[in-house]
Design a protein around this ligand. Structure first.
Ligand SMILES: Nc1ncnc2c1ncn2[C@@H]1O[C@H](COP(=O)(O)OP(=O)(O)OP(=O)(O)O)[C@@H](O)[C@H]1O
Length: 254
């Protein structure tokens, strides 16, 4: 096993007026390459802050964050931005696609900016990704010509275009209906099976039940975790996984 992300004694404090608000308290977290991990916990417990801090989008107050061989905690912003572009993918509750570009161009834009590969190679990769996610026919559409679930799949293609080592998701299914949530989770499961490490925050136990390991946060700390093992859409008993997770969440008072 190879550790992809190691977080030690991470603290994050926001100062609002004269008041310090400690949002992350002494977080320890290790993610192995290839894992699919979710973070649950009540609203305001710090899930998003944790994702943004470990990915270097937000600065830690103290502690150490090691991503691959990079010490994120001490990296300068230009290097961090390059690392994020080349090695991390992000999906959010809202797709944040640009409305003046068609869906294909939304996907390729960050890879064109990264300039690591020729446009021809990037276009081929985008076409393959869209086909894999079942949205090839939407390439020329704009964002008003696709459903919420389809747009989120476009956002996933965009996040994967630079072949990131890790994909972060902040409530990636939060704006979707049940059917679209299930579709997106199946897509993420396939991507994970193919080797991409995934860390996502979710309120939804049905989403977390499809992940391999679930962390529970309360008031800025990870207070518990449970391992469900890899979800296999063909052979896994999803109902059993959901029951197991719900029992655990009830024990935690969630
Ligand atoms: N930029 C900021 N300045 C001040 N306080 C902030 C800032 N961002 C977040 N917070 C506070 O930090 C705490 C944790 O917020 P965060 O969004 O990380 O929680 P969360 O668990 O993701 O919540 P939700 O599930 O509702 O998205 C909250 O009390 C929030 O108000």
């Amino acid at each position: 096993m190879m550790t992809i992300l190691k977080v030690q004694q991470l603290q994050k404090t926001y100062v609002v007026g004269n008041t310090e608000h400690q949002v992350l308290k002494n977080i320890q977290l290790t993610i192995q390459k290839g894992e699919f991990v979710s973070i649950m916990g009540p609203s305001g417990c710090g899930k998003s802050t944790l994702l943004y801090t470990v990915s270097g989008m937000d600065q830690a107050t103290s502690g150490q964050i090691t991503f691959l061989q990079h010490n994120i905690s001490t990296m300068a912003e230009p290097q961090l931005a390059k690392l994020r572009l080349e090695a991390m993918g992000f999906i959010f509750q809202q797709h944040h696609l640009l409305k003046n570009l068609n869906l294909f161009d939304n996907i390729v834009l960050s890879a064109y900016l990264a300039k690591k590969h020729s446009r021809q190679k990037i276009n081929t990769q985008a076409t393959q990704l869209m086909a894999k996610l079942g949205i090839a026919q939407l390439a020329k559409n704009d964002i008003t010509q696709a459903s919420g679930g389809q747009l989120q799949r476009v956002a996933i293609c965009r996040a994967l275009i630079n072949n990131p080592a890790i994909l972060f998701g902040d409530e990636p299914t939060g704006a979707l209906n049940t059917a679209a949530t299930s579709e997106v989770m199946d897509v993420l499961t396939t991507i994970n099976q193919e080797g991409t490490t995934i860390l996502l925050a979710t309120h939804d136990a049905k989403v977390a039940a499809k992940t391999e390991r679930v962390l529970f946060m309360l008031d800025g700390e990870i207070i518990a975790e449970t391992t469900l093992g890899k979800y296999d859409p063909i052979n896994s008993d999803l109902f059993k996984r959901e029951q197991q997770l719900n029992r655990w969440l009830v024990q935690l008072g969630f």
